[in-house]
Design a protein. Structure first.
Length: 278
């Protein structure tokens, strides 16, 4: 979409080009330009593929191109920061869609080392750009994300020989365990559960806010002192935080939402009465 920043459009376009290559690779059909991709981007992508020997020689000028046959496994290396997990997940989804292998190699480099290396480049970036990236970058979370299990984190400041063996082992493991389509259901269920939980907590938060607003209005109508109004607000907000945390930790969010907000209403009334009937 035109409203997206340019870098986001470029990233999306490149993923579309990559998917067309994967389609041709799996089906044996000629490559076709993605409808949403710009012609210059597609041509650059094809030129890169030709340079890597990934496309079969054309029989006639301008004819359709197909992926070249390879004697062994074909590794596609996406060399990028991929600083958000969501960016990497898009690539994982492609691997899952076409039942291909997927793995991640994360180079963990101290900020100072990054800044030093950047200053030695022929066209260095501003230091603040490197610092911003360091704050934003999200390392693979092997405990939280099942799709990131095939990941290797290496210290980028050192390059011991052992790293080569670890990388080879990572690639071998990925090849032996391509992503399966049936894994999608479990991941989708987990994603849906997280969305449902976030939505439920958000709704409860809105209800609690309205309850607090009404409670503060009732307290003000009772001429409670300003200093006590401040204490009351702090106590109600602390109570809200505790209730929402209980809701986040609950197993059956839908059935608990009404009871939690009703209970919060009751507790909030008790807190206000404590100030009114001192």
């Amino acid at each position: 979409p035109p409203q997206l920043p340019r870098w986001k459009r470029s990233r999306r376009e490149l993923l579309q080009c990559l998917e067309r290559f994967l389609q041709a690779l799996v089906t044996g059909e000629p490559l076709s330009v993605p409808p949403a991709a710009g012609q210059p981007g597609w041509e650059r992508f094809l030129a890169c593929c030709r340079g890597q020997g990934l496309l079969a020689p054309q029989e006639r000028h301008g004819g359709p191109e197909t992926p070249a046959a390879t004697a062994g496994p074909l590794y596609l290396i996406l060399d990028d920061n991929f600083y958000y997990q969501s960016m990497r997940y898009e690539v994982y989804q492609l691997a899952r869609k076409y039942s291909l292998s997927f793995c991640q190699l994360f180079l963990d480099c101290p900020l100072e080392c990054c800044l030093q290396r950047n200053r030695l480049r022929s066209h260095p970036l501003p230091d603040q750009t490197i610092c911003l990236m360091a704050r934003k970058i999200e390392m693979p979370d092997l405990k939280k994300n099942a799709w990131e299990q095939n990941s290797l984190i290496l210290k980028s400041s050192d390059c011991p020989l052992e790293d080569e063996y670890q990388i080879i082992s990572l690639l071998a493991t990925a090849l032996e365990n391509p992503v399966k389509q049936n894994e999608e259901n479990l991941e989708q269920k987990e994603a849906d559960r997280a969305i449902c939980a976030a939505s439920t907590v958000h709704q409860a938060d809105q209800v609690c806010r309205r309850i607090i607003s009404q409670a503060m209005k009732d307290a003000k109508d009772k001429n409670i002192l300003p200093s006590e109004m401040k204490s009351l607000a702090e106590e109600l907000n602390k109570l809200k935080a505790e209730f929402l945390e209980d809701l986040r930790q609950g197993n059956n969010l839908k059935s608990q939402t009404c009871s939690v907000t009703s209970s919060f209403q009751h507790e909030a009334t008790n807190v206000v009465n404590k100030y009114i009937f001192k």
